[in-house]
Structures are given as structure tokens and as C-alpha cells.
Write a protein that binds this ligand. Structure first.
Ligand SMILES: Nc1ncnc2c1ncn2[C@@H]1O[C@H](COP(=O)(O)OP(=O)(O)O)[C@@H](O)[C@H]1O
Ligand SMILES: [Mg+2]
Length: 375
């Protein structure tokens, strides 16, 4: 008996995505079904490379085909990547011009209640992790008063301007970069008032040749005041990540951060707990929770926001920041790099969950296939 494609879809409709609570056919995760007698091949599209759910889902796909169609079918499953677009819609622009951000699929703000918690360290390493996984990434340093992207990428050049007076982002390690630190003397920006800061950020969004990006990471100024609120209102954000350290005071700031994003209906994708624990280099199996333990996950439960991951307190993380190469790229096999890669995978997962929950989202495959709509 020859197997038909429709049978494959019917069988795979029995496989439920454990987090989205929908079947993988409805989620449009199966592409390129090929059947030749008892040989069945298809692509299972996941939101991230090395997605933690990929193996389990493909085993269950194979199981479903053996159970519902043919015990002897030879099942060949490729894992593909499909990054969904999940952006807030802002009111339409007054002029009928194409949005300068129309090529940017996801804009993610990295925020913190206060400075010095590692917001920029997390932002640059998330950007680096996304690039490592094959995505096109931009990083916008919106921390006008304390831009640290130039140092963290060891880049102190001035960007070029096109004839249309658009800024061309600098590029390093495959990340497109724009920072106030490239343009003005930081001491000069220190005296800027709120409206000047927000108009500079708007210019960074609108007057920059960002081109096609899967992700734009926005390193926000620390805090949850008027400046931050105005920025998050004026940018079509897909979601926000909040960085905190384990101390209680820092956790109180997380509440304020979550409240700020709720106010402007931007989904909080999760909390990243930075400097969560210390592993002595001579005893890497030991974890010392210097600033306390469990606070972030308790708060995450209370606020119904996931914890995306814990980042250790480690000298190489600080050194790689100072030396201008994010740890994810400088030592990609280190435990610290693994913790940032896990945070980035979880963040992509959360974006994908939001995309699945929002009807009629445009889903754009970045493996060279044509766009398809989620059902
Ligand atoms: N997990 C970490 N381990 C060691 N040092 C860290 C870690 N996270 C941040 N740092 C260091 O702490 C300082 C502040 O971090 P930064 O990312 O600039 O914070 P923020 O952007 O929140 O002000 C920097 O020197 C940075 O290298
Ligand atoms: Mg910073």
C-alpha cells in the first residue's frame, strides 16, 4: 500500500506541541512532505536552531506515522527553522511611505529596573547567540546616557551616511550596530533632557538603513521612568526581556519593569537572572548563590512571567565585555556562553508561543522558502 500525503497530515495532527497546546499541523510546523511508497520525509520547522523540543517532537512524529499509518514506514525528518514575526502595530504613519523598519521581523527590548545589573552584557550576548544560530541581528544601544555597546564590541568608528541621509549601521561579528557612542561625545549626551533622548531613539529607528533583520535587540536605558516609557511606546516592540540580579531590591525593580510593559501592552517574554551564582574556577561543579536563591522564580510565578535563564557571575564574562568580544563568541563552549544560548533559545520559544497565540500572524521562513500564513 502506498502512503498518501493527506494520511501523513492526519497522523501528524495527533502530535501536540507541549507548550502551545495545539497540534503541529495547525501550527504549520510541517513542510515539504515527500512520500515514495513506504518512505516518508518532511521538514519539522522549529522556531530556533537546536530547539530543545525538536528531538522529542520528531520522535513523536515518527511514532504517529508508525501507529496510524504503517508500522514499517521509513520516516526521515529534517529539522528546519522558522522565525515568526511578532510585532506590535503602532498607529499608521502620517505619510504613505514604507516603514523604515518593514524589514525587521522582531524588535525586543532589554530592560532593567536599575543600572549595573548587566543589561548591556545580556543584550550583546543575546544578539551574539541569535547570530550564532543563523539569524540576522541588529543591536540598538538606546542607553543614551551610558552607551556601552562601543566598548563591548571594541568599535569606535563613525558610521557612514547614505545620500538619502540615512545612517548605515556599523557591523561586527555579524551584528548590525547603532549607538549614540558612535556619534557624539558621551559627556555631551549626559545633559540631554527626556524629549531629546526619545527623539534620538526615534531617529535611530527611522533614519537608519537597518535592512532585513530577524531580530533587533534594543538595549534600553536602565529604569522604568518617563524616558523608558516614552521609548517603549514609540517603538513597535514584539516583546521585552527584563534583566535582574537576585537581590531583593533588584527584584522589586522587576515588578516595576513588568508593570511598565503591561501599561503599553508589550508582552514580557521573561526575566533573565544575571549574576545568579558563582562557580569557583577551581571547583566548577560548585554553585554559590552569593546574592540569594530562588527569588526570581518566585517573582516570576507571582507575575506569571517565565524565567528565561540564569547567568553565572564570572570573571570571563566581565573580561570579554571589556575586551570587545561577547563571551558567546569569545568562548562559545564555556558554561557562561551556554547559559546565554539557553536564554536566547527560551526567548525565541516565548516569541513563538506569542506568535501562535496571535491569530493571522505572518510567518516568514528564513530557509529560503516562501512566506506562509499561520492557521
Ligand atoms: N554575569 C556577569 N559576570 C561578571 N561580570 C558581569 C556579569 N554581568 C555583567 N557584568 C559586569 O558588570 C558590569 C555592569 O554590566 P553592564 O552589562 O554594563 O550593566 P548595565 O548595562 O545593566 O549597566 C560590567 O563591567 C560587566 O562586564
Ligand atoms: Mg548598559
Amino acid at each position: 500500500m502506498t502512503i498518501r500525503k493527506e494520511q501523513i497530515k492526519t497522523a501528524l495532527a495527533h502530535v501536540l506541541h507541549p507548550e502551545k497546546k495545539m497540534d503541529i499541523i495547525s501550527l504549520d510546523m510541517i513542510q515539504d512532505i515527500i512520500v515514495q511508497e513506504k518512505y516518508v520525509s518532511f521538514t519539522l520547522e522549529m522556531p530556533t536552531k537546536n530547539d530543545p523540543l525538536a528531538q522529542d517532537l520528531s520522535q513523536r512524529c515518527e511514532g504517529a506515522i508508525h501507529k496510524f499509518i504503517d508500522r514499517d514506514a521509513v520516516v526521515d525528518i529534517q529539522i528546519g527553522i522558522n522565525i515568526s514575526q511578532q510585532r506590535q502595530t503602532l498607529p499608521p504613519a502620517p505619510e504613505p511611505t514604507a516603514s523604515p523598519l518593514s524589514g525587521v521581523k522582531n524588535i525586543i527590548a532589554v530592560a532593567s529596573g536599575k543600572g549595573g545589573v548587566g543589561k548591556s552584557t545580556v543584550a550583546v550576548n543575546l544578539a551574539a547567540a541569535l547570530v550564532r544560530n543563523g539569524a540576522k541581528v541588529g543591536l540598538l544601544d538606546a542607553d543614551i546616557y551610558g552607551p556601552s555597546i562601543p566598548t563591548m564590541f571594541n568599535l569606535f568608528e563613525r558610521p557612514d551616511i547614505t545620500v538619502q541621509k540615512k545612517l548605515i549601521p556599523l557591523e561586527k561579528y555579524g551584528v548590525k550596530l547603532v549607538s549614540m557612542g558612535f556619534l557624539v561625545d558621551v559627556n555631551q549626551a549626559m545633559v540631554w533632557r527626556g524629549p531629546m533622548v526619545t527623539s534620538a531613539i526615534k531617529q535611530f529607528m527611522n533614519d537608519v538603513e537597518w535592512g532585513e533583520l530577524d531580530y533587533m535587540i534594543l538595549d534600553l536605558p536602565p529604569g522604568t521612568g518617563d524616558i523608558q516609557l516614552t521609548i517603549v511606546q514609540s517603538v513597535p516592540l514584539s516583546g521585552a526581556v527584563i534583566v535582574s540580579t537576585p537581590q531583593n531590591v533588584a527584584l522589586d525593580d522587576v515588578r516595576k519593569g513588568v508593570a511598565m510593559f503591561h501599561k503599553v501592552t508589550v508582552p514580557v517574554l521573561g526575566i533573565i537572572e544575571n549574576m545568579a551564582y558563582f562557580c569557583p574556577p577551581d571547583a566548577p561543579d560548585k554553585k554559590y548563590y552569593i546574592f540569594g536563591h530562588g527569588g526570581a522564580s518566585r517573582l516570576a510565578d507571582e507575575l506569571a512571567v517565565p524565567v528565561l535563564g540564569e547567568i553565572p557571575l564570572e570573571q570571563p564574562i566581565r573580561e570579554s565585555g571589556d575586551n570587545g568580544k561577547p563571551i558567546v563568541l569569545a568562548d562559545h563552549e564555556s558554561a557562561a556562553a551556554a547559559s546565554f544560548l539557553a536564554c536566547s533559545a527560551n526567548m525565541q520559544q516565548q516569541l513563538a508561543i506569542r506568535a501562535a497565540q496571535t491569530p493571522k500572524n505572518l510567518s516568514i521562513s528564513f530557509m529560503g522558502k516562501s512566506p506562509s500564513a499561520h492557521t
